[in-house]
Design a protein around this ligand. Structure first.
Ligand code: NAD
Length: 242
């Protein structure tokens, strides 16, 4: 049986990586999926989803898509970028850009979709954070960790404010997951093999996570199976923070 039959889900950054895996698994589970990204070519490869260009930095894009789509049952906020470095490597501009894409995007999308969920009497918001947040200090992830911690605060606040009105809001906190952007970061080090080995070295399971493993958790949080959980950080990190 399909676990998301009858649900409509809006997903940001669904072009590749974790967002794409979530879009595909939601569609397989019977959801009506609106997959969005700035990369329309990547969206075109998605099967079983309707697709829309949506830049999470652009309020007009968000207003247009949410108006066209109408009320949704599930919102997955997946858009996020990684800024490398310690605080001394970081500029005000890097800080502002990362907060805009990683955090303010979620503020905007929740504000845009929550009224429709409330009208329907319920909804599930899933925000993709990271263990590199308030959960764990990770070297050279200063701005990134600050944004991902902010997402946890936002998640808990939304959960608390709307708990009596059928809205659940949870954060997924992945460890290191094999995705195109991780691959690009490994290549950018100049020594792909060594960088990959170092990432795997810090994994107690001896491997990176797969995007579909995160997507399986998102299916659970989107479905009514998870009706009793809200305001939580769901860690999926191969035991990294254990
Ligand atoms: P990715 O970085 O490979 O892909 C990101 C996608 O976001 C791309 O398709 C890109 O086009 C899109 N995007 C970028 N800017 C956008 C914008 N302004 N508006 C809309 N879309 C935009 O994906 P990933 O590595 O799977 O990461 C997805 C999320 O998961 C991010 O929030 C990331 O921080 C989080 N995360 C990833 C890992 C990991 O190891 N990969 C670990 C923890 C958390």
């Amino acid at each position: 049986t399909q676990r998301l039959t009858g649900k409509t889900a809006l997903i940001t950054a669904a072009g590749q990586g974790i967002g794409r895996a979530i879009a595909e698994m939601f569609a397989k589970q019977g959801a009506s999926v609106i997959a969005t990204d700035i990369n329309e070519r990547a969206l075109a490869e998605l099967k079983g989803c309707s697709t829309r260009r949506l830049d999470v930095r652009n309020l007009a894009d968000i207003a247009a898509v949410t108006k066209d789509v109408g009320a949704v049952d599930v919102l997955v906020n997946c858009a996020g970028i990684v800024a490398n470095g310690s605080i001394l490597d970081s500029t005000e501009e890097d800080w502002a850009t990362s907060f805009d894409i990683n955090v303010t995007s979620m503020f905007r999308l929740i504000r845009a979709t929550l009224p429709g969920m409330l009208e329907r009497g319920g909804g599930s918001v899933i925000n993709i954070s990271s263990v590199a947040s308030s959960i764990k200090g990770v070297p050279n992830r200063c701005i990134y960790g600050a944004t991902k911690a902010a997402i946890i605060g936002l998640t808990k606040s939304v959960a608390a404010d709307f708990i009596s009105r059928g809205i659940r809001c949870n954060a997924i906190c992945p460890g290191t997951v094999a995705t195109p952007s991780l691959d690009a970061r490994l290549r950018a080090t100049g020594d792909y093999a060594a960088a990959k080995a170092a990432f795997i070295q810090r994994q107690p399971m001896g491997r990176l996570g797969e995007a579909c493993e995160v997507a399986a958790l998102a299916v659970y949080l989107a479905s009514d199976e998870s009706a009793f959980t809200t305001g939580q950080c769901h860690i999926i990190d191969g035991g990294w923070t254990n």
